[in-house]
Design a binder for this molecule. Structure first.
Ligand code: GLY
Ligand code: MN
Ligand code: MN
Length: 440
C-alpha cells in the first residue's frame, strides 16, 4: 500500500505542532542537468516529499502556523501549461495541489518572490535550511531583511532564522508502521535481486551484466530503480568502497561483492550487501575472512535493541573483527589498544551502519553532543561491517605486513534492521548469507 494523502496530512500536523509559532519554508528539488540540455530523472527532496507527497520539480511548501486556519499550508507549484506538458508530461498545477495534495492555497512558483514576504509576516521565527536551496534562499533572506527594516514601525519581525532539520528529522528518524511496511517492500525486492544475481554470476561475465539483472528486477517489481549507484565489484575492486565502474570481468577464484538496493515509487529504500565466491567455492583465506565478517555482522545485528546505540552496534562489530584478525595473524597486539588506536582501520575503514529511510543515508542525529542517541522502536539502520585487504592504505606501525595470499579480498555483509519493542527485525533476511547457501 502506497503512503497516501492522509498520512502526509498527519505528518504535517506533527510538524506544525513542533514548529510552535515559527513559519517553515521547505523547498522541493529542481531538475538537475545531466549534460547539455538533458536532465537526470527527477528525484524529489525527501523532506519536501515527507510532508507533501508532491512529486514535481521546483515546488516550495510554506507552513504558516501564525496564519488563520485555511491559510496555513501553502504550495507554490509549476502551473498547468499545455505547451510545457506536451514536452515534459502532466502537472497537477495549483488546482491539483489543493484538490489532491491538501494545500490550503496554491500559487504558481513564479509568484513566490512577490508573495513570500506577506506570508511570512507575523511569524515568530523562520525555519529554513540555509546552504542547500540556492534559488529560494535569497528570497527568504530578503523577506526577513524586509521585516527587520520595517520592524520599528510594523512592530513585527521574526526573531531568528532557525533550522527546520532537528524538528523534521526527529520525525523522519522514527518510522511509523506504514513506513516500515514500505521499507519491508523495498527490502523484499532488493533481497530477491541479490538472490537472482548470485544465480547468474559466473566467471567470464562482466560486473555490469550482473548489475543489469539486479536493476531489471527492481524495475520489473515497480521500483523506480536503484536507490544509489549499484556496486558490483569482483575481486580487488571490492576494496574500493564506492566502486561503481562495474566494468571488469568476473574471474574464477575471486569473490563478488554486490551492494545494491532499490528505491520504491515513494522513495523508501533498500540497501543490501552480499559477498560470495564467483565459482561457487570459497578459498581457505576467503572463507576465513568471510566467516569473520559474518560473525561480526551477526553479533552487531543481535546488538540492535531499544536502549542500545548505533555506537554500541559499531563497537560490537569492531570487537569481533579485531579478535578474529588477531587470531588470523593480520593484526598483532592487544585488542583494546588496537581499537583505541584505530590500528585496524587499514582493514576496516568505515562505520558499521547508518539510518535508512527516504534517504539511503537517512536523516537523524547519531549523537547529541557527547550523548549517543539511544535506539527506539521504529528506527531503522543498516548493519554492514566488512574487511578490505589491499595495499591501498599503509599498515600502521607495529602491525604485521599483509601476506600476498590475503590481498584482493574485499567482503561486506549488509542488512537493513528495524528496532522493535523488544529487539529487532531483520528486514533483509531473505538475502542469504550463510556460507553453505553461497557455495555450489
Ligand atoms: N550503499 C551505500 C551504503 O551501504 O552505505
Ligand atoms: Mn549502507
Ligand atoms: Mn550498501
Amino acid at each position: 500500500m502506497l503512503i497516501g494523502p492522509e498520512i502526509h496530512a498527519e505528518r504535517r500536523a506533527r510538524f506544525f505542532a513542533a514548529l510552535g509559532g515559527a513559519a517553515a519554508v521547505i523547498p522541493g528539488a529542481a531538475l538537475a542537468t545531466h549534460h547539455a540540455d538533458c536532465e537526470w530523472p527527477f528525484r524529489q527532496n525527501s523532506d519536501f516529499w515527507y510532508l507533501t507527497g508532491f512529486d514535481e520539480p521546483e515546488a516550495v511548501a510554506l507552513f504558516l502556523p501564525h496564519r488563520p486556519e485555511g491559510e496555513r499550508y501553502v504550495l507554490f507549484v509549476q502551473p498547468r501549461e499545455a505547451s510545457a506538458e506536451v514536452w515534459h508530461g502532466f502537472r497537477w498545477g495549483c488546482e491539483g495541489a489543493v484538490a489532491q495534495f491538501g494545500a490550503d492555497i496554491a500559487h504558481p512558483r513564479s509568484e513566490l518572490a512577490e508573495r513570500l514576504p506577506g506570508y511570512l509576516k507575523g511569524a515568530e521565527g523562520i525555519a529554513f535550511r540555509v546552504g542547500k536551496h540556492p534559488a529560494v534562499e535569497p528570497l527568504v533572506l530578503q523577506a526577513w531583511a524586509g521585516q527587520l527594516d520595517s520592524a520599528p514601525r510594523s512592530g513585527l519581525a521574526a526573531l531568528g532564522l532557525v533550522a527546520p532539520c532537528p524538528l523534521l528529522h526527529e520525525l523522519r528518524l522514527r518510522k511509523a508502521p506504514e513506513e516500515l511496511a514500505r521499507l519491508r517492500e523495498a527490502a523484499r525486492i532488493s533481497a530477491e535481486a541479490h538472490e537472482l544475481a548470485r544465480q547468474v554470476a559466473r566467471p567470464g561475465l562482466r560486473e555490469r551484466q550482473v548489475q543489469a539483472v539486479i536493476e531489471q528486477h527492481f524495475l520489473e517489481q515497480g521500483a523506480r530503480g536503484p536507490a544509489y549507484g549499484s556496486i558490483v565489484a569482483g575481486g580487488d575492486n571490492a576494496c574500493v568502497l564506492h566502486y561503481t565502474a562495474n566494468n571488469a570481468l568476473l574471474r574464477d577464484g575471486d569473490l563478488l561483492l554486490i551492494d545494491a538496493g532499490c528505491s520504491l515509487s515513494d522513495y523508501y529504500n533498500g540497501d543490501i550487501t552480499r559477498t560470495f565466491p564467483i565459482n561457487g567455492r570459497f578459498s581457505g583465506e576467503q572463507r576465513a575472512l568471510y566467516e569473520l565478517v559474518l560473525a561480526a555482522q551477526e553479533a552487531a545485528v543481535a546488538a540492535v535493541a531499544p536502549g542500545q546505540t548505533a555506537e554500541d552496534v559499531h563497537h560490537t562489530a569492531v570487537r569481533v573483527l579485531v579478535d578474529g584478525l588477531l587470531e588470523l595473524g593480520l593484526l598483532a597486539g592487544e585488542r583494546d589498544g588496537i581499537i583505541e588506536q584505530g590500528a585496524y582501520r587499514h582493514l576496516y575503514m568505515h562505520r558499521t551502519g547508518h539510518w535508512l529511510g527516504l534517504d539511503v543515508h537517512d536523516v537523524g542525529a547519531y549523537r547529541l553532543g557527547e550523548h549517543h542517541v539511544a535506539l527506539e522502536p521504529g528506527m531503522v539502520l543498516t548493519v554492514e561491517p566488512g574487511l578490505y585487504v589491499s595495499d591501498r592504505l599503509p599498515v600502521p606501525e607495529g602491525q604485521p605486513a599483509i601476506a600476498e595470499r590475503w590481498k584482493g579480498i574485499g567482503i561486506r555483509i549488509e542488512d537493513d534492521v528495524a528496532v522493535t519493542d523488544h529487539g529487532h527485525e531483520n528486514l533483509t533476511a531473505a538475502a542469504l548469507k550463510a556460507p553453505v547457501a553461497l557455495e555450489r
